[in-house]
Design a protein around this ligand. Structure first.
Ligand SMILES: [Zn+2]
Length: 204
């Protein structure tokens, strides 16, 4: 089967605990040292098999790294792994999950080839918020509950608020509405993208 490595953790010498996002679940598995292995890094897309282990987590085997064309592009790989870390923190407690997440990550990896990675991550994040029913298209302030007129101040998880109510990122209302409709952040300039990306980094 195929999956994305969300997280690895070294245990005893060279053994690894590996957390994988597959199409249908978050898999926790164990890889023993000593066999001939391909490299395993968070963010990698792999083809793999699992071998049941009654006494512990299933064993990870037959790992084949399915590389991206941009994998040697340092900055892209750095941002990719940052995105994967955020996803791991967001999904790690789950077992079975909707195929949405695998497809989203797969699609994002493809878009990384030609597009600005931060823009890809922002678009993907918006899809996550919408899928999870957390995208606030009605602009009411999460603090005081009153309607917001004019521009919108966003905080972590893109919660909307009034500017005086909270310290956050102020964004043009029309642009934000456009972004929420199109799921494409093209309307924002690079400076705005940088700031929005910092919000995403606070946690999904
Ligand atoms: Zn308010």
């Amino acid at each position: 089967m195929q999956g994305f490595i969300l997280h690895t953790q070294k245990v005893k010498d060279e053994d690894l605990l590996v957390c994988i996002l597959s199409k249908t679940s978050i898999i926790r598995t164990y890889r023993f040292y000593g066999l001939r292995h391909s490299t395993i890094l968070s963010g990698y897309k792999i083809d793999f098999a699992l071998e049941d282990n009654p006494r512990f987590l299933p064993r990870l085997k037959d790992v084949l790294h399915l590389g991206f064309q941009w994998i040697l592009h340092r900055e892209k790989m750095f941002l990719w792994q940052e995105f994967i870390r955020l996803l791991y923190a967001h999904l790690k407690e789950l077992g079975e999950i909707d195929e949405f997440y695998f497809e989203l990550v797969n699609e994002s990896a493809k878009r990384f080839e030609k597009q600005n990675p931060k823009r890809v991550i922002l678009d993907s994040y918006l899809q996550i918020l919408e899928f999870e029913g957390r995208l606030h298209k009605e602009f009411s302030c999460f603090l005081c509950d009153e309607k917001i007129k004019g521009d919108i101040t966003l905080v972590r998880a893109f919660l909307p608020s009034h500017k005086p109510c909270v310290f956050g990122l102020e964004l043009n209302r029309i642009k934000l509405e456009n972004f929420y409709e199109s799921k494409n952040c093209a309307i924002f300039n690079d400076e705005e993208i940088e700031k929005m990306y910092m919000l995403v980094k606070e946690g999904l």
